[in-house]
Design a protein around this ligand. Structure first.
Ligand code: GLN
Length: 549
């Protein structure tokens, strides 16, 4: 039987519940306990797939094609496991199930209510992952902040589960903020007291309080929090800001969060978590030997969360290359043929990001052209690959009207076109080509050099594809399809063999990069950027020497 850990948040949002939950899971996993994490989101969307990245940040996609919250990405990156549809539930999904059941007549004439019907459905989903018998511990992160109207049914469900299960089978961790008042030079515990009080009024008494803080909290403060929040002093855990999220498991280990959790769950486990490899990774992240600058061209660059998995993949790939990847956000809307050289000056590599719709498209195409012509390492993901295809068609194949039917539905030369099966779909939610599909990689290509495999499986989220009608013309002129799906012929990878590093992929490699398995595409892209950087430096020195002579 699985034991349950619930993680709630108080005082404010963005405290990093996902990172704390993932760090704890990492420690428990390192002790040999089979651990998974799920997230319950209080919003009414059935999933975040229909939300704008400005609203919600990146939409993370699982192997089984679920469009989920970006915290699932943290879970996978920390734990090196796959999550699934069952790991992310929203209020929309809960209500949809209950309402469908009501329409089927499953409630036998009863009035359908939040308690018990909605809370029963929440509890059923909270327990779902335990049914397989695969997990010793299930960590459940409750999205939002305690006190929100939307999260009430979830807190109520936790209360009921706490009442139903033996005491040692379920604990609640409350993550809170201890603000520092500069003027008074003091850390303040009152917001925490209030948020725990709010939680208690809803019937849930936290077992452990994790305190986000910019400064160390001393024993007096810990004692005060313990007293007012009705926990023992060793259950007050300090979570001081870290320079990288990957340091948090190490900090939580020092703070003995895992030990106190095990004690409360009455689990006998004397295994010392061995995080030496993890620590070696963190050391590499903190003390890089060199630096490369990568331009990230997108249209949501104001919001870092929009490209979360890409940024984390760069951290993994940087560590694998002993270098820091400094990411420069460049808004595609402001790139023009006149300013592109200035905008991209000093970069060692260019990544054109995934995206939807026509805004900023011309800037992306202009940036690709610059990278193709100057030998700057180029990596295009999904829409980024499609832009590389359009650029090549317009400027090398001289097909003036080449474009994608996403941007120009009447386009006379659709080198990127809507997939056939998508044409009959009108509903937007959950209907893209989603999740993992296989791809056959051609021997003797850059893609094969990178993967060293003939068969790969990657995750997808798109409606448009390369139009195979044009393939032979592309290949005759120097851009080849180095990977495609065998069943459908859908082109998955395009590359330019005569360029030092130019590759575009229809899928999302960033969704599969983890600390333990940094994604080879990112690792080799950064290696290429490093090489580009040192070649440039060499060239500069040579030029200086020639000038001096
Ligand atoms: N908008 C493009 C498509 O649907 C690319 C999607 C993406 O970048 N995820 O095919």
């Amino acid at each position: 039987m699985s034991k349950y850990i619930f993680v709630t948040g108080g005082v404010t949002s963005s405290l990093g519940k996902g990172i704390i939950a993932a760090s704890l899971a990492k420690l428990l996993q390192a002790r040999g306990l089979r651990t998974t994490i799920q997230k319950f989101d209080p919003y009414i969307n059935v999933d975040p797939g229909t939300m704008n990245p400005y609203e919600h940040g990146e939409c993370y996609v699982t192997e089984d094609g679920a469009e989920t919250d970006l915290d699932l990405g943290h879970y996978e990156r920390f734990l090196n496991i796959f999550t699934s549809q069952a790991n992310n539930v929203t209020t929309g999904r809960i209500y949809q199930t209950v309402i469908n059941k009501e329409r089927e007549g499953a409630y036998l004439g009863k009035t359908v209510q939040i308690i018990p019907h909605i809370t029963d459905e929440i509890k059923r989903r909270m327990k779902l992952l335990s049914e397989s018998g695969e997990f010793d511990i299930i960590i459940t992160e409750i999205g939002g902040t305690v006190g929100d109207i939307e999260s009430l049914p979830y807190v109520e469900a936790v209360r009921q589960m706490q009442w139903e299960l033996p005491e040692e089978d379920l604990i609640v961790i409350h993550l809170t903020l201890i603000p520092y008042l500069k003027a008074a030079k003091e850390l303040k515990t009152k917001p925490t007291q209030h948020s725990v009080k709010l939680l208690s009024q809803e019937g849930v008494f936290p077992d452990i309080i994790v305190c986000r803080t910019e400064h160390p909290i001393n024993d007096d403060i810990k004692r005060k929090i313990a007293l007012f929040c009705n926990v023992k002093i060793d259950s007050v855990i300090e979570a001081q800001d870290a320079s990288t999220i990957y340091e948090v498991p190490l900090i939580m280990m020092q703070e003995k969060l895992d030990a106190i959790v095990l004690k409360k769950l009455a689990i006998q486990n004397n295994i010392e978590p061995d995080l030496s490899q993890w620590k070696a990774f963190v050391d590499k992240v903190k003390k890089p030997k060199t630096k490369v600058s990568i331009g990230l061209i997108g249209k949501y660059v104001e919001l870092q969360d929009a490209y979360k998995s890409i940024l984390e993949s760069f951290v993994h790939a940087g560590a694998a290359n002993d270098c820091k990847v400094s990411v420069h956000y460049i808004h595609s809307e402001f790139i023009t043929p006149e300013n592109v050289a200035v905008k991209l000056k000093g970069l060692d590599g260019l990544l054109v990001a995934p995206g939807f719709g026509h805004r900023g498209i011309e800037g992306k195409i202009t940036a690709v052209k610059y990278a193709r012509e100057t030998g700057l390492p180029f990596f295009g993901i999904c829409l980024g690959m499609q832009m590389a295809v359009i650029e090549f068609a317009q400027n090398i194949l001289k097909i003036k009207n080449a474009h994608s039917t996403e941007m120009d539905p009447q386009c006379s030369e659709p080198v990127i076109d809507m997939m056939e099966e998508q044409k009959k779909i009108s509903i937007k939610g959950g209907t893209m080509r989603l999740g993992s599909y296989s791809c056959e990689v051609k021997l003797g290509t850059l893609a094969h050099d990178i993967y060293k495999k003939l068969q790969i499986i990657e995750r997808h989220r798109h409606r448009y594809e390369f139009n195979n009608k044009y393939l032979s013309e592309f290949e005759k002129n120097g851009m080849i399809a180095s990977g495609s799906n065998q069943q459908t012929g859908l082109v998955e990878i395009m590359e330019i063999p005569s360029h030092p590093f130019f590759i575009g992929v229809q899928y999302h490699p960033e969704l599969k990069s983890t600390v333990e398995n940094p994604h080879p595409l990112f690792v080799t892209f950064i290696a290429a950027a490093k090489k580009y950087n040192s070649n440039l430096k060499e060239l500069n020195t040579m030029n200086l020497q020639t000038a001096a002579n």
